[in-house]
Design a protein around this ligand. Structure first.
Ligand code: ZN
Length: 307
């Protein structure tokens, strides 16, 4: 082998060794990278499955509640002797059941707070049931449960009450509602059926399509209620007790249904003071019935679907 061929041979060997090295590096990289990629893919799959499972679990719980409800109903109608009468009576809309009477639905927004306990004490004293459109307040578990245990209607007002957040998109609107529904369900075991829009259904804050929001409520099995009388106690600075009394009494529809908007939020001491006066004055007038919102209540809605 002359020196030229020897050089060529060495060059050939050098290239071969380089190729083998590159190949080995490639194999090593493949062994390191593929498990990482696989892990990432699996990680996202697990998250997706967890979400699907949560959804199914929610649906299952709701279905269970429904079946318990219908079972109870069937059981009642079997045990009570005059079944036909009982069923008709139980399914009668409030408007029919209390025809000719002044129907007053007291509703309290933005609680529970320390004032809620006072409101509940007053209602219990007069044996009156009302409706509480609540938001999330840490440490108020006792009050949420008192609302339920004492026979009032526990309803959703929102989780955060932060207009900017809730109405920023249809997704965040939906999330706020489902979070609050789950929050109340975990604390009380009750899945709320009624909703009040922060700012009311006619609020000008939201840029989202109202019909889209109504669709979300339908899907969540929620009926929304606005009001046709207001204590106007949400105004900054607060009102005197007399003003609250006059605002409420001035809005009462004596020949039908009045859904009264009041607040049991922080700083509403005059609302609490006004409450027994309002009840006494209405009772003095006579022919009045105080009711909680139920599925038999005709909804008061400022804006309806398609409007
Ligand atoms: Zn509110």
């Amino acid at each position: 082998m002359d020196s030229k061929s020897q050089l060529q041979y060495l060059e050939y060997r050098r290239k071969r060794v380089k190729r083998i090295k590159a190949f080995m590096l490639f194999i090593c990289a493949l062994f390191v990278l593929s498990p990482t990629v696989l892990c990432t893919v699996l990680f996202f799959k697990v998250i997706k499955l967890e979400k699907a499972f949560e959804n199914l679990e929610g649906q299952f719980i709701m279905a269970q509640e429904e079946s318990v409800k219908s079972e109870t109903f069937v059981a009642d109608s079997i045990i009570i002797p005059n079944t036909t009468d009982t069923i008709i009576k139980d399914n009668t809309p409030d408007a029919e059941k209390y025809e000719g009477q002044t129907r007053v639905y007291l509703t309290f927004d933005d609680g529970p707070t320390d004032y809620t306990d006072e409101v509940l004490d007053i209602l219990s004293e007069y044996d009156i049931k009302a409706t509480f459109f609540t938001i999330a307040h840490e440490g108020k578990e006792v009050e949420y449960n008192r609302i339920v245990d004492e026979g009032h209607t526990l309803a959703i007002h929102s989780y955060t009450h932060d207009y900017g957040k809730i109405y920023s998109s249809i997704d965040s609107f939906t999330e706020d509602i489902t979070t609050m529904s789950n929050y109340l369900y975990e604390i009380t075991g009750v899945r709320p059926k009624f909703y009040r829009f922060p700012g009311g259904s006619s609020n000008g804050v939201s840029g989202i399509s109202k019909d889209d929001m109504f669709d979300v409520l339908d899907k969540e099995g929620l009926v929304y209620f606005d009001w046709n009388a207001s204590a106007q106690d949400a105004v900054a600075g607060g009102l005197s007790t007399n003003q609250v009394v006059n605002n409420v009494l001035g809005g009462i529809n004596e020949n039908g249904e009045t859904v009264v908007l009041m607040h049991d939020s922080a700083g509403k001491s005059t609302t609490v003071e006004a409450l027994p006066i309002i009840i006494e004055r209405l009772k003095e007038k006579g022919n009045v019935v105080f009711l909680p919102i139920t599925e038999y209540t005709e909804p008061v809605q400022h804006v309806k679907k398609g409007e």
